[in-house]
Design a protein around this ligand. Structure first.
Ligand code: SAM
Length: 250
């Protein structure tokens, strides 16, 4: 069930073309507002460096932790990258690089990729321990709405002349998880399955875990530009600030 390398095995070779992003400069500006110049950033699930590279280019000292050698190989292949990479599982405290950092960044729904709530919570606790006093944990989280009933769904992601990508999913409400496959169909090629799994995390639960780990909510918006969060929008960007270490209740 716990397979932290699965995402990268499935998506490393297509990640940059399938998920081009678009908010990278917003993330850079957001961290500029939060951190001292040249501050230290640990990005969890750094992937191919979509965010880490622009952050390093902006003068931050960036370390990226990721459980996929395939994703890290893509990042390292971008030869001008100044990002320091560490291979490891963010839900295993012993895999974390030594801090402390001015910021820990969990972008792009990183927490949903973890195996279960216990793994998500371990990650939050370790984030708190890895921050300098006054440092910030920045979490992007999309509300995952599970279908009313367990069972399979199928949607069409891409239709091009020579490529169709379908997304087949199966929800399990007892674990709050969704298991899926991107099904890639190319004329004349074998069918390619790209499996993944996500585990839901409610923002209120996240707030509770952060609070117990000594992190207090400093700001919440709908994106890195500061668009107000209305309590309805699925997307949240939350900034938690590390309190004095002696008050943490882990
Ligand atoms: C959706 S990608 C996002 C990459 C990057 N943060 C971005 O915004 O472009 C998620 C990344 O998290 C990594 N990941 C998934 N589970 C992980 C885990 N347990 N520990 C460390 N990294 C993990 C994957 O390998 C992948 O590189």
């Amino acid at each position: 069930m716990n397979d932290p390398g699965r995402y990268g095995r499935s998506f490393a070779e297509v990640f940059d073309s399938w998920y081009p992003g678009g908010d990278e400069q917003d993330v850079v500006e957001h961290l500029r507002r939060l951190l001292p110049e040249g501050g230290t950033v640990l990005e969890l699930g750094v992937g191919t460096g979509r965010l880490a590279i622009p952050l390093a280019d902006a003068g931050f000292e960036v370390t990226g932790l990721d459980s996929s050698e395939e994703m890290l190989a893509q990042l390292l292949g971008k030869s001008d990258s100044a990002v320091r990479v560490v291979h490891g599982d963010v839900s295993e405290p012993t895999d974390w690089p030594e801090g402390p950092f001015d910021a820990v960044l969990a972008a792009c729904n990183l927490l949903l990729n973890l195996a279960d709530p216990a793994a998500q919570r371990r990650c939050i606790q370790q984030a708190s321990l890895s921050l300098k006093p006054g440092g910030v944990l920045v979490v992007e989280l999309q509300r995952l709405v599970l279908p009313g009933e367990d069972g399979p769904t199928l949607e069409v992601r891409t239709v091009e002349d020579d490529l169709v990508v379908l997304i087949a999913t199966r929800a399990d409400r007892s674990t709050g998880s969704v298991t899926g496959n991107h099904v890639e169909l190319r004329d004349g090629h074998p069918v390619r399955l790209r499996p993944w799994r996500v585990c839901a995390l409610d923002v209120d639960e996240l707030d509770g875990w952060c609070s117990a780990a000594g992190l207090s909510l400093a700001e919440r918006s709908a994106d890195h530009r500061g668009t107000p969060y209305d309590g309805v929008t699925a997307a949240t960007v939350s900034v938690y600030r590390r309190a004095d270490a002696s008050r943490a209740n882990l």
